[in-house]
Every structure is written in C-alpha cells, then in structure tokens.
Ligand binder design. Sequence first.
Ligand code: 4AD
Length: 463
Amino acid sequence: MELITIRELYREKEKFIGKEITVGGWVRSIRDSKAFGFIVLHDGTYFETLQIVYHDTMENFAEVSKLNVGSALIIKGELVATPDAKQPFEIQAVSIEIEGASQADYPLQKKRHSLEFLRTISHLRPRTNTFQAVFRVRSLIAYAIHKYFQDRDFVYVHTPLITGSDAEGAGEMFQVTTLDLEKIPFTPEGKVDFKEDFFGKATNLTVSGQLNGETYAMAFRNIYTFGPTFRAENSNTTRHAAEFWMIEPEIAFADLKDDMALAEGMIKFVIRYVLENAPEEMKFFNEFVDKGLLERLTHVMNSDFGHVTYTEAIELLEKNNDKFEYKVSWGSDLQTEHERYLTEEIYKKPVFVTDYPKDIKAFYMKLNEDNKTVAAMDLLVPGIGEIIGGSQREDDYDKLTARMDELGLKKEDYDFYLDLRRYGSARHAGFGLGFERCVMYLTGMGNIRDVVPFPRTVNNCEL
Ligand code: 4AD
C-alpha cells in the first residue's frame, strides 16, 4: 500500500495540495459534532500531526466517531490548503479504514504525562511527542557519529560482546555462563570450575571494546567501535545504566593531544548535524525540556573546549570544598558534584581534565614522566559531568607489565594485548564516548532512563 508520510507532505506540500492521497497513522485526538468530526493523526514520520476532517456522508461515520485515542487508521482524502489555520493543510477524508481500534483504557491521553509515569509504559511512550523527539534524535546522533568517523576513513570494528577479560580491570562485569546454578561444579580448591562451562573458562559481557579495538588500530591505524557495553555497577543514578552503548575510537601514531582534538571535533560535528537535521525536535527540547539548550549548544559548537590538569582542577576545587558533600584532595576521584562544579561554575563550557593520578585510573594508561600521573583525559560537560573518558595507552611492554603486576592482574588473561607491545608497538590513544550521555547532553533530558528505549538499571529489566 502506498502511504504518503506526514514528513513528505511538509517537505513537498505543493506536490500534494489538491490531490487525493492515502495516509496511515494513530489517533492523537478525535472529536465530532453531528455532521462532521476532526481527527488529529500522528504517523511517526514527522514531528507535526495532520488534521483529518470527516463527514457523515461516510458510511462508517458513527463507528469512526466512537474511536478512542491510539487507534490505527488508514485515511484516503484530498489534501487541502488551510492558510488561515495553525496547520498549513488538512485532509478532507473520503474514506477511513480502521486497522485496529484502541481500547478505552489507552494510557496516553492528550494531557502531559510525567516522565516517571511514561517509564512504566516503555512500549507506548515512543508515541508521545517527547519520546518521538528523543528517539529520532538518538537515531540521528548515531548516524552522525558514524559519519564523522567514516568521512575520516576510520574503520568500524565490531568487537565481541562476550569476552574473557576485564578491559577496565574494575571487576564490574556480568558473568556469562551455561552452568546449572543449582549444581555448580567446584574445583578441589573450592572455586567454581569453569572448565565445565561453554567456553571452558570464565567469561563475561564486555565492559569496553577498547582492548580489542587497540589490536585493530595496530593494523588499520584509525578505527572505531560502536556497540553495547555492560556494567554491573551498583550506581542508581540518573547517568548510569547497566547496558549502554559506547563509541570507542582508537588512533595510531597519536598522543593525548590528538585524542582530545578528535573528541572535540566529534562533539562539535554531532551538534551541528543534529541542529541541521532535526530542527523541530531541537526546538521542542528547547521549549519544553531545557530552556537555553539551543543557545548553549550553538555556543559550544563555536568555541574552544577548556583544558585543565587534574592537579590544577583539585586546587580549584579545594578552594570550594565547603560546597561539596565529598571533600576533595589530591588523589581523590572526582564525583559528579565536582565535575559539574568545574564545568558549570568555573569553565561554563565543556572542559577536558587531564593527567589523573595513576591509582584512580585503568592499568593501560600511559605513565607520565612524573611517575605519578597518567596521560588520561575526561571530557566534562555542563548538566551531566563526564561524557568521555580516554587516554594515551602504555605502549611500553615493561612498563605495562610492571603496572599489571602492581595491580595483581594475570598476564595470561591479556596475552593478545601484550603481544601488541611485542610486535611493532606504536604510540596510540583513544577514548570512549558514552552514547546515552551524549544523547542526554544534546537533548537536555535529565535521566538516562529517558534516552534508552528499554533501560536496564539496578532492579529494572522490564520488557
Ligand atoms: O571512562 P570509561 O569507563 O572508559 C572506558 O571504558 C575506556 N575503555 C574508554 C576508552 O578509552 N576506549 O567509560 C567511557 C564512557 C564514560 O565517559 C561514560 O560516558 C560512559 O562511558 N559510561 C556510562 N554510561 C552509562 N552508564 C554507565 N554505567 C557508564 N559507565 C561509563
């Protein structure tokens, strides 16, 4: 069946005015008087809705008038210009076919529902304006990220989701097993015997594709990954999900400066892409979700990001320790409150914090000459805090293995990774962008649960 979309109608109005067309969609609202009625139809292809006028000359007039919000319809009729109305055109229906009537207890009504309520119906919330905007923009951001890297000849690498190593060394993994939990086999030492398991060893869902990505960077030079990532982090916050998507570029013959330039270029490119390609949705966010969003993003696109070392950042934060729940001093990890203070109060724009103490960062980061800090960077943005974490990698075999020993990591679990340092090691760097945090930043949505179609967080795995 050839259905014309509302998006096409807005794009090529002249082509369709005065013509008979067929459209399909869901009822947003419906009202009737004796001889005629109005339906506001939404078809999911565009932010705008379409008004349908229908008359009692239609044989199923009474049946249509009884329809509830949410019903799925196919409508044939003439598209007429309505220069004096709010909408530029409407359809004078000739026929209305009821594909599927909606029951009277349809949970979405014309009023504004709270985001909390909508979270309880994640299968229906994409039919609301807010989630139409969120998930269309999420889709565009994903495309823009691919475009940014593909335009620069980066190779997209699909890293595995099931792995045998902990890329971050933080132990926040979901175990993968086919063992019968009722009859777990144990070794004589009392440990679970994974030899009996599917892979013959302990495995888990990936926390990052970085280590695999590095191997491809040592073959293709510039690569990126874009895929699901899993963390069994017991953080019940508005920015943590157990399942999220991450983009991890890795660049060879490159240092931390190159890495930051790549990240800054990517963020600016994606902002521009979304402002140009989803103007209605972005206007909607600016009006209903986060006033000032458009001004802020435009400013970010046109100015340089800030740079500060961790040591300098701590000095700045220490002066304001009275404002924080967690007091900072050199060596402490930055909490969201500190990150937000730096980017919102001090810099008032995105800022890279670099050169963190080695003890609060992952084992693979390149040791600086001071032997205390590593060539790491986090990108902090107003409203969220950290959206990117990255570093130059330790490419020296001896230094890397020494660090692994210090941390008690088993070298045999990382054989492939250490090989890279044996066979033509080269300077390289990369970062991970949390996709959902990027979507939050670009839409102004305040909770990660509202930018993931079906969120997985602590105690929540519905649908
Ligand atoms: O800083 P992280 O842990 O870095 C890595 O995983 C590196 N392997 C990246 C690399 O250098 N290739 O995570 C990177 C980003 C964070 O900045 C954050 O945006 C996001 O991933 N992230 C999460 N997003 C949602 N929920 C969580 N639980 C997240 N944990 C990290």
